[in-house]
Design a protein around this ligand. Structure first.
Ligand code: 8X3
Length: 256
């Protein structure tokens, strides 16, 4: 598939897997629509990708938790005829890993509001636009945490189980269209993920990847690119991806 004619929309585009996706599609000549919370960070990414790859980037900073902002974003895209061919519903995060009975309820709100409600608001705003073309690819960022619960994962697990369910639901609801839906479900990917989860505790974050060769955001971006570049009649509905040193949510071969 030639990406040069395609428009790729990425939420949570300013860091981690989202940023790596922006880079790989830009490198292959796609035009981008990028969203994230931090306007300045997003703008500087947009400008650098435009310069480097001579593509068009439309950046729109908003918080996916804000229902009205997500609705306005959809209207803005429609009014300016920016219809995505590929939609990477990526914005999400983990906060904390305490047992449920000690959990921070503010952290729960942030995870549920971002990973479930923000995911849904984004989908509700963008999918109707894609239906105008009646084809395209949706990539939902799930997690191994959406297939297997692990100690302290509780609410984060629940949000990623929701993403898993909603990806399946999207495939059913879009059966009469050419829009295909894939849940990418990574295990250990070394990005800012664990720093955010452990509120900037570097040592705790580093320990997550200790003694293993983790996946990188670029690894996942390559897989996402592959899935969306396949011929239109192929729909990979889900992909569980781990480092070779990880075989379940909790089983690692830590040599280091
Ligand atoms: C990220 C992977 O195992 O930390 O979703 O939940 S894990």
């Amino acid at each position: 598939m030639d990406m040069k004619e395609k428009t790729v929309l990425i939420t949570g585009a300013s860091s981690g897997i989202g940023k790596a996706c922006a880079e790989i599609y830009a490198k292959n000549g796609a035009n981008l629509i990028l969203t994230a919370r931090q306007a300045e960070k997003l703008k500087s990414l947009a400008v650098s990708l435009e310069d480097k790859y001579k593509i068009k980037v439309y950046d729109c900073a908003f918080d996916v938790r804000d229902k009205k902002a997500a609705e306005d974003f959809g209207k803005d895209l429609e009014a300016s005829s920016r219809i995505p061919d590929i939609f990477i519903n990526n914005a999400g995060l983990a906060k904390g890993q305490e047992p449920l009975y000690e959990g921070n309820t503010d952290d729960w709100d942030v995870m549920i509001d971002t990973n479930v409600k923000g995911f849904l608001y984004s989908a509700r705003a963008v999918i109707p636009l894609m239906m105008k073309k009646n084809k395209g690819s949706i990539i939902n960022l799930g997690s191994i945490a959406g297939r297997q619960v692990y100690p302290g994962g509780n609410v984060y697990n629940a949000t990623k189980f929701a993403v898993n369910a909603l990806s399946q639901a999207m495939n059913l609801d879009l059966v009469n269209t050419g829009i295909r839906v894939c849940a990418i479900e990574p295990g250990a990917v070394e990005t800012e993920f664990s720093y955010v989860r452990f509120a900037g505790d570097e040592e705790r974050a580093k320990n997550v990847y200790k003694g293993i060769k983790p996946l990188t955001g670029e690894d996942i971006a390559e897989i996402i690119y592959f899935v969306t570049a396949l011929p239109e009649h192929i729909n990979i509905q889900s992909l569980l991806v781990t480092p070779t040193a990880q075989r379940s949510a909790t089983l690692f071969n830590r040599r280091g």
